[in-house]
Every structure is written in C-alpha cells, then in structure tokens.
Design a protein around this ligand. Structure first.
Ligand SMILES: [Fe+2]
Length: 289
C-alpha cells in the first residue's frame, strides 16, 4: 500500500512492531465516526492487521455501532456469553455478581492460537475487543501475521498445501482442549463442521495467507491422524517471533484485528485472584477462497 496514504489519515499512527500492528490516537470512539474517519481506520486495518486504540470510555452500544461500520455483526451461538442485553457482544469474565474472581477461566479455548469464526461458513472479518477489567499480570492477547507465515513456507510446503481444505469444528476445539462448558446439543446442531482452504486469498488485499488455527480439525481426503499432524505442524510453523505482536492490556483499551490474516490467542492469568473482563464484538466477513 502507498505509504503516502498516511498523510491523509485524520489520526496519528504508531507502529507496534516493525511488521504488525499500529496504535491509532486522536479518535474518540464514543462518538459516531464520520465516513471519512471510518474509511481511514479501515485502510489502517488492512495495512496493519491489528489496531490498538488508547484507553477511553466505550459504552456497549457504541462498540456495536463501531462493529456495524465494518459489516454484519455476529450473534454468537453460545448465548450464555451475551453482554448487557446486546446479543452482538460477547463478554468473557471470571467475576461473580459481586465482582469477585471465581477461579474459573471463562473460555480456555482462547489460549490456543486461532482465528475467530473459522468454524462457520462465513468466517470472521474484524474482531473488536474492549478491556473492561484487565489483570495486573497475564491475560495478554498475542497476534501472529498469517501473510508472513505463508510467505516464509518453503516451495515444497507451499506446493504440498496449495489445494488442501481443512475441516473446522467449534465443538472439536472446545471439547478437545479442556472439556469445560461444552456446546449444548442445540448449539452443536446449529454449527456443523465446515471446510475452508488451508491457503486463502485475502479478499481485499489479494495477498495469500495461511488459514488454520485451533478450530481446524482434519484435512479433507487425508487420513485423520495425518491431517491432525499436518495442522499441528503448520500451526506451530506459522508463529515467528518477528511477525508477532504481544499485547499487554491497560484498562479501557480497544483492539481491532483482521481474522482473515492474523491468528491470536490469550495468555493465562490467575483467575482466582485477578479479574479479567473482556467485551467482544465479531464482524462477519465472507466465505474464504
Ligand atoms: Fe478469539
């Protein structure tokens, strides 16, 4: 992308790493965004893949409105997590009604590298998360660049995976990792497994990226165990320290990322003594190709 476009953006950007992520300052997200400001945010989103906004008060309705600028907002099948009467928001919290830590991690599936919504036909575009309460240590969010992950594969790897499709399954990723809070039968039936290309082309930048993560269970047309091993190997190969951004949260920060070209994970924290409340909005994208 033309670097000169920066000079037309109505906000300041500060890269978070040499390759991935930028902090955006000078935008008040609690006010409705003009089309010009949103267009610039969207250009920055495509260019940097991960955007960080500094601490600010963002009521739930404003977070939903921000999500709607990006596109159709997902109503998550796991309705026990819906927040503040907004089915468009999903709250991950380890606090009880009195605000005390329960010791129970609300979604251990987030600790493995994944990409949001890869378990459905129309997958996640942007995820927008807001840190209502963050722990003193741990509970970080890490990102890795899946354009770079693909580009760094050697020619033999690229040839091997060029036409493969992986089956993604939310029930698999949740139950395999920890077996807590499994899907109900109705939720399972509502979200059957789907298959997507292992190498997808980003629909807007037209760059190729690796598209796997922890929801990917097996490879179509390959013996199950062989496909499992291939997915685990590629998920590990995808993560390069110089193509990774590790975010340590401050309260009321907001992060937006592009699920089509990054994987992410949360790190653990002491859920018995520390509070962590994250409010999430996921925007639907397209069927990967
Ligand atoms: Fe996620």
């Amino acid at each position: 992308m033309n670097p000169a476009v920066d000079f037309r953006w109505p906000f300041a950007t500060r890269p978070l790493t040499p390759k991935l992520g930028a902090e955006i300052s000078g935008v008040n997200l609690a006010q409705d965004l003009s089309e010009d400001v949103f267009r610039a945010i969207y250009q920055a989103f495509l260019r940097y893949q991960v955007l960080l906004f500094p601490p600010q008060d963002l009521p739930p309705a404003r977070q939903v409105a921000l999500g709607r600028h990006f596109g159709e907002v997902q109503i998550h099948v796991m309705n026990q997590y819906h927040a503040d009467g907004f089915p468009e928001l999903y709250r991950l919290s380890n606090l009880d009604e009195k605000g005390n830590p329960t010791g129970h991690h609300p979604d251990k599936g987030t600790l493995a590298w994944h990409t949001d919504g890869s378990w459905q036909k129309v997958t996640g575009q942007a995820t927008i998360i807001y840190g209502e309460i963050v722990p003193d240590t741990g509970g970080e969010t890490h990102f890795c660049d899946m354009y770079g992950a693909y580009e760094r594969l050697d020619a033999a790897w690229k040839a091997r995976i060029a036409n493969l499709r992986a089956v993604h399954n939310l029930d698999f990723s949740r139950s395999r990792r920890h077996g807590e809070d499994p899907l109900t039968e109705a939720q399972r039936l509502a979200k059957p497994p789907v298959d997507h290309p292992v190498v997808r082309t980003h629909p807007e930048t037209r760059r190729k990226c690796l598209y796997l993560g922890d929801h990917a269970e097996y490879i179509l047309g390959m013996p199950y165990d062989e496909g499992r091993a291939l997915i685990e190997e590629l998920n590990a190969l995808a993560v390069h320290p110089d193509l990774t951004y590790e975010h340590c949260w401050k309260t009321q920060e907001l992060l937006i990322w592009d699920n089509r070209c990054v994987m992410h994970r949360a790190t653990s924290y002491d859920a018995a003594t520390q509070g962590r409340v994250i409010r999430r909005c996921t925007v639907l994208g397209e069927v990967p190709a």
